[in-house]
Design a protein around this ligand. Structure first.
Ligand code: SF4
Length: 375
């Protein structure tokens, strides 16, 4: 059976972090219950269209999905398996923040079949956490990992942010080695306009040389600690690459459920009468989403607010960008400016093996420039 992934968006957080530009806000209890009803209704709408396909990964992200009670998570997972076909085994990930997970909640999540936990630790320095406006401290991060292990989780990702002024990268790398997660997403801090962080004058992007030095150090130490650098920002112990994220990077189909969620189907969106490959976005805020999907007169409707149709050029460019991010690379036949290949290889920016082109670590630091020159 042809497979695809499912992303469920929980757009709620206790408090907004200072750097955050994601779709999230603080919830009311009644909001959460209505929202779960909306998710159940939306999943049901897809049932007639996806009955001959199978889910290979589920990602419950946000926001802070660990704010949900186990009973609410149970409703979501049950609704997925009632409405859609789920592969066995399936990777099920939930995002969690250290301050919103108790041992009981983690055990309940694990017993529901959630087998991958993605924890937003962000830093092993309390001052950095404070400057980012996070609600947890370093000690609670260590405790969260211990609780997760004792609840049974054997596949844990941690998110870490780097590129913060005054951050000691050695401390971050030591912290990671101490907790030894199976997967690490190491994100470079991007300062989004309009966030409180963007008003702080001290937060400035690193210059190219400092960035390359920092990125190379992270790469070398992570490789030394037994991780594979399988995507620009992601490291995994062998066998622990994220099925869900690989599906995105390989342009696999995915269903986006929930307010503000995105989805993509190469086969089109037949549920709204579209046959061309397209990406879609669901309505936001949650009140608009639930109104649409739950329907006024019991007349539920797909809560899609925007659709982007992709032509062949857009498809090729997306394939190039996404594949170059990963260790799989791309076929050299796709390169328009073939004359430059040897030059870039001599500069140590790309590596060519047979017909496959991959970026080197140095090349990953200037990926956008390479893509512009080659394609
Ligand atoms: S926890 Fe994540 S989604 Fe929520 S405010 Fe912080 S960065 Fe944004």
């Amino acid at each position: 059976m042809d497979s695809y992934s499912v992303y469920i968006h929980i757009p709620y957080c206790k408090k907004k972090c200072r750097y955050c530009s994601f779709l999230s806000s603080a919830p009311e209890v009644k909001d959460l219950d209505t929202y779960i009803e909306g998710i159940q209704a939306e999943l049901k709408l897809y049932k007639p269209f996806l009955s001959n396909r199978e889910i290979k990964s589920i990602f419950i992200g946000g926001g802070t999905p660990s704010l949900l009670e186990p009973a609410q998570l149970k409703q979501i997972i049950a609704a997925i398996s009632v409405s859609l076909n789920v592969k066995d085994p399936v990777e099920i990930t939930i995002e969690a923040n250290p301050e919103s997970i108790s041992t009981e909640k983690l055990k309940a999540m694990y017993n529901l079949g959630i087998n991958r936990l993605s924890i937003g630790l962000q830093s092993f320095d309390d001052n950095v956490l404070k400057s980012l406006g996070r609600l947890h401290d370093v000690q609670s991060s260590f405790t969260a990992i211990e609780k997760a292990r004792s609840a049974g989780f054997q596949n844990i990702n941690v998110d870490v942010i780097y590129g913060i002024p005054s951050q000691d990268i050695a401390r971050e790398l030591d912290g990671i080695k101490k907790i030894a997660p199976e997967h690490v997403s190491f994100y470079y801090l991007t300062i989004e306009q309009g966030t409180p962080l963007s008003m702080d004058k001290i937060f400035k992007p690193l210059n190219d040389d400092s960035f390359q030095e920092l990125y190379t150090r992270v790469h070398e130490e992570m490789i030394g600690a037994g991780y594979e650098h399988y995507e620009v920002s992601n490291f995994a112990k062998p066998g622990f690459q994220s099925v869900h994220n690989m599906n995105y990077w390989q342009r696999g189909d995915y269903l986006g459920i929930g307010s503000g969620a995105h989805g993509f189907f190469k086969t089109g969106l037949p549920w709204i009468g579209m046959t061309a490959q397209a990406r879609y976005e669901n309505a936001y805020p949650p009140s608009v989403y639930t109104e649409k999907v739950l329907g006024s007169d019991s007349n539920p409707a797909f809560p899609i607010s925007r659709v982007e149709v992709l032509d062949t050029d857009a498809e090729t460019l997306e394939h190039i960008f996404l594949s170059l991010r990963t260790w799989k690379g791309i076929n050299t036949n796709l390169v328009k400016n073939q004359k430059l290949l040897q030059h870039l290889a001599d500069d140590g920016l790309i590596q060519i093996t047979g017909n496959t082109l991959k970026l080197t670590v140095k090349g990953m630091c200037v990926m956008d420039g390479i893509v512009t020159e080659l394609f």
